[in-house]
Ligand binder design. Structure first.
Ligand SMILES: *Cc1c(COP(=O)(O)O)cnc(C)c1O
Length: 934
């Protein structure tokens, strides 16, 4: 069998049956009817023909072999680390964790929510702050979010953000990108050189330890900044914080950084979980997802996402940030590293790292080499006038990468994997020898407070206990390894095992993002090939994989548009038109790119209202920068008006941004770069098989036509005109082999077939459910694209049964609910994808029809409105086996509704969760064990 026939669920016979059900003779006939001819592209993608799984692995082995796995002691926020094997195999390589969706349905996500609560607790404990979110995309973007958080929260009128000169260079690059469009002014101060703080500023950024390795006492600076009404962010290394005084203890308002060295492989830059934590009083300004404790219908403690009204889904252009997909899988890994090692284990690791650094410094001093700082944690900067390049070269000869700071300085960063042999090799590169380790002397900033005191960080230190804890948590969750997740707009398709395998190979996993180019030729080749294939698929001229989520691709694309207008002297163009149906990230990204959002209405058929568009274009003609439209639309329809829309915006001097999240409906059949768009982002974690990881990682490449190519993101370490939207040149490079493998194994025919079957599956589901639930929008010949919206509003009005009730009842039937109330409140959006076979599609449709039958019984008055299987869903094993059962319907119907396999039933661990209660009583770190006692 070909890989395509493994990836695509329905076989030829099933496809015939499905086509018959919707009245088409062939996939081609269906696609001809569904896709408007104005956008249709007729041709064969110029991609290599499909390779088998075995051939693909062999090719990837060869590419990986071109990378050199050296010992990287470069530092700058990226460190060697040992991923505990029990975590690698049972989290990173385990589909129960990596195929899960973002925990918007908390009742079926308690496992990963607990892991994320552990993550938040780990971050708040170590930083000494009160509330941490459930991950950021990397350190650079986390620090940028801290800057805008400070701007929102500071009372200072100043637009000056002060940044210490010893900040990581890539962080500075991302800060520059983010500050400029918002009119914020970065002021670099060299605190060591005696620079003083400016008169007025709204925020101060400090690195702790600094990029040079120096550990400085920031207490007086924090006080001085507070005196000006400014907020202080400390970008802190969490491992260092096991030994050093925490930022929160000196009054820092915000801490930001990365958790990479907590067991997450380097991956040439990512994916890794960034973190962001704040002091009390700032939690409502925090960007990103936040896990909190609430209670279920029985009053039992239960976890769910807290304070969601801050997020772009609801606040749109007034959101705290555009972040959507974050780094959940990596946050889970980092939190489990802390759970596995515990506070004493982490401290021991940190001490060992520090001892190695002391040994380096001691050897250098004994040999008369000047060490730049007395106080350091893991990184030693040596002052070697004129000799730096030679020393770095000598170390490279021993397989060790050091950091060439400049012609006169070399930095040596130690980590968990550094051995005494490494230390000797480093010293010999300097012409020095090991010496009796100099005493660290006094440690003025030694930590005196406890951390990770919650029992979860002490209970799982044996491998047996850890294995069982991971299994217990993943068993609470519903992921693609249990059944379909028909989430509209999210494309929860197969994440094939062959695609995943290369991710943990050392030649991909253990490469430092700033390793010398000679060591990364395999990665460069893979990136260039993947970018080329994505350009061919989308019809654009250039692609950058740097953005590490769709939201970041949006920002990068809008910044390209901004750069283009400015290059032509049209700096006044700042209006971004966005249809009312758009994803929340669109509006939030536009604001971050310095644009004003103007909403365009949709007509009764869900299409962009072309007359309102014309009116808005006319009104803002001189100021028009761009339009952002999703295609096919978020309503799941191929809009015919798209070509006219592009033309109208271009005529007015604007650029067209097509949000490519729905590319699964286009691959092989239409190319945004050819039907009028100028720029798109793609979501490799949707269309191109990177798993969702429970809410990340993702990759959001930005693709542009030739005139925008010069405005694509650039290398954060290469100063120049190019902005950087992430801390590493190729963003989350470590997971690019997944999408590469998918494209390599599918080939042009397989990809087109996938698109066809995705559209077929959505139309099949729409056809089967249409008589039970109205399908809200349709295009040509009543066809939908790759997803369909089921309208529950009339039923809700007539019976009181809400979209929530149906979503929760689907859990009892063994399903993850479709997308709820997006893009239309009170509806469900179903995207089955090409990977679900006919039996699974039918099981879903049967469940939805059976649920409609239950709604009818409520309508008929057979069951009370407040006591029926929908209202009380989901049902736990505990609730249906309770000694008392006083409901109007039988236990068997509650727990084993029609079609449920009694031998392999998924039982949710909690009943329906009260979200509002948790927001009123905000708890965002691990609750005490007593909270779980009856
Ligand atoms: C998923 C999605 C996004 C955001 O992508 P992330 O990777 O989550 O940042 C933007 N637009 C649409 C239409 C989407 O479905």
């Amino acid at each position: 069998m070909t890989f395509a026939s493994r990836h695509i669920g329905p076989d030829a016979e099933a496809q015939t049956q499905m086509l018959k059900a919707i009245g088409y003779a062939s996939l081609e006939a269906l696609m001809d009817a569904a896709i408007p001819e104005v956008i249709r592209w007729h041709g064969e993608l110029k991609l290599p023909g499909a390779a088998s799984e075995e051939e693909t692995i062999a090719e990837l082995r060869e590419i990986a072999g071109r990378n050199t796995v050296a010992t990287s002691m470069i530092g700058l926020g990226y460190y060697g680390t040992f991923t505990p094997a029990v975590i690698r195999r049972n989290v990173l390589e385990n589909p129960a964790w990596y195929t899960a969706y973002t925990p918007y349905q908390p009742e079926i996500s308690q496992g990963r929510l607990e892991a994320l609560l552990n993550f938040q607790t780990m971050v708040t404990d170590l930083t000494g702050l009160t509330t941490a979110n459930a991950s950021m995309l990397d350190e650079g973007t986390a620090v940028a979010e801290a800057m805008t958080l400070a701007r929102r929260s500071s009372k200072s009128k100043s637009n000056v953000y002060v940044v210490d000169a010893d900040t990581l260079p890539q962080t500075l690059a991302v800060l520059r990108t983010r500050a400029e469009p918002l009119g914020l002014e970065l002021q670099l101060v060299d605190l060591d050189a005696g620079d003083t703080l400016p008169e007025e500023f709204f925020g101060l950024h400090l690195q702790y330890p600094g990029a040079s390795g120096a550990v400085r006492d920031h207490a007086a600076l924090v006080e001085a900044a507070h005196g000006k009404g400014a907020l202080v962010t400390v970008a802190a290394d969490l491992l260092a914080l096991t030994l050093l005084r925490a930022p929160g203890e000196i009054g820092a308002d915000i801490a930001a950084g990365t958790t990479q060295r907590f067991g997450v492989p380097l991956g040439f830059g990512g994916p890794h979980a960034g973190y962001l934590a704040v002091r009390a009083g700032l939690e409502r300004s925090l960007p990103g997802r936040l896990v909190g404790v609430s209670k279920d219908a029985d009053g039992a403690p239960a976890y769910r996402l807290a304070l969601q009204t801050r997020e772009q889904h609801i606040r749109r252009e007034r959101a705290t940030s555009n972040i959507c997909t974050a780094q959940v899988l990596l946050a889970v890994m980092a939190s489990m590293y802390a759970v596995y090692h515990g506070p004493a284990g982490l401290r021991e690791i940190a001490k060992r790292v520090h001892d190695r650094a002391l040994a380096v410094a001691g050897g250098l001093s004994a040999a008369g080499v000047e060490v730049a700082h007395d106080a350091f944690f893991d990184t030693v900067t040596a002052v070697v006038p004129g000799r730096a390049a030679g020393i770095v070269e000598a170390a490279a000869g021993d397989g060790i990468n050091l950091r060439l700071v400049d012609a006169d300085q070399v930095s040596v960063a130690c980590d968990e994997t550094t051995t005494t042999a490494h230390v000797e090799a480093v010293l010999s590169a300097f012409g020095a020898a090991p010496a009796a380790a100099a005493e660290s002397g006094t440690r003025p900033l030694a930590r005196t407070t406890d951390y990770l005191t919650h029992p979860v960080f002490s209970a799982h230190h044996s491998e047996t206990a850890m294995l069982r804890y991971l299994r217990k948590l993943s068993d609470r969750d519903y992921a693609l390894d249990r059944g379909m997740i028909p989430l509209g707009s999210c494309t929860m398709k197969l994440n094939a095992t062959t695609e995943m395998e290369p991710v943990t190979w050392a030649e991909f996993a253990n490469i430092h993002p700033y390793a010398p180019a000679s060591q990364t030729t395999g990665y460069e080749a893979l990136v260039a090939q993947l970018e080329g294939w994505l350009a061919e698929i989308t019809g654009y001229d250039a692609v950058s994989v740097q953005p590490n989520a769709g939201s970041q691709g949006e920002l990068a694309g809008l910044l390209a548009i901004r750069g283009y207008h400015r290059s032509r002297g049209e700096t006044h163009r700042d209006v971004c038109l966005i249809p009312s149906s758009a994803h929340g990230t669109n509006a939030a990204s536009a604001v971050m790119a310095g644009m004003r959002v103007v909403v365009v209405a949709c007509d009764d058929n869900g299409n962009v209202d072309l007359s309102d568009l014309a009116a808005k274009i006319e009104k803002h003609a001189d100021a028009l920068a761009a339009i952002m439209v999703t295609y096919p639309s978020t309503h799941g329809v191929y809009e015919k008006g798209i070509a006219d829309l592009c033309g109208a915006v271009h005529d007015a001097g604007g650029q067209v941004y097509v949000d490519g999240a729905n590319l699964n409906a286009l691959v092989g059949f239409a190319k945004p770069g050819k039907f009028g768009a100028d720029v798109s982002h793609l979501n490799l974690h949707k269309t191109f098989c990177i798993p969702h990881g429970g809410g990340g990682p993702g990759v959001g490449p930005v693709a542009v036509r030739a005139h925008l190519a010069e405005f694509l993101p650039g290398d954060p370490l290469e100063p120049g005109d190019h902005h950087a939207v992430s801390a590493a040149a190729h963003g989350s490079a470590g997971i690019l082999p997944i999408s590469w493998a998918y494209l390599r194994m599918m080939g042009p025919d397989g990809l087109a077939a996938a698109t066809g079957v995705a559209v077929l599956a959505a139309n099949y589901v729409a056809a089967r459910l249409r008589d039970h639930y109205p399908v809200l929008y349709a295009g040509n010949e009543g066809l939908v694209a790759h997803e369909c919206i089921l309208d529950l509003r009339p039923l809700t009005k007539a019976t009181g049964v809400s979209v929530d009730d149906v979503a929760k009842r689907l859990i009892d039937y063994g399903f993850h609910a479709p997308t709820m109330s997006f893009p239309v409140a009170g509806t469900l959006m179903v995207e089955p994808t090409e990977s679900e076979d006919l039996a699974e599609l039918d099981r879903f449709c049967d469940a939805m029809i059976a649920i409609k039958g239950e709604i009818d019984r409520v309508a008929a008055g057979e069951w009370p409105k407040d006591d029926n299987p929908l209202h009380n869903a989901p049902h736990t094993a505990s609730s249906v086996t309770a000694d008392e059962w006083e409901h109007a319907y039988p236990r068997s119907l509650a727990g084993f509704p029609a079609g449920v396999d009694r031998t392999s039933k998924y039982w949710p661990p909690v009943r329906r969760i009260d979200g509002a209660y948790g927001d009123r009583n905000l708890v965002c770190s691990c609750p005490s064990p007593e909270a779980f006692e009856d």
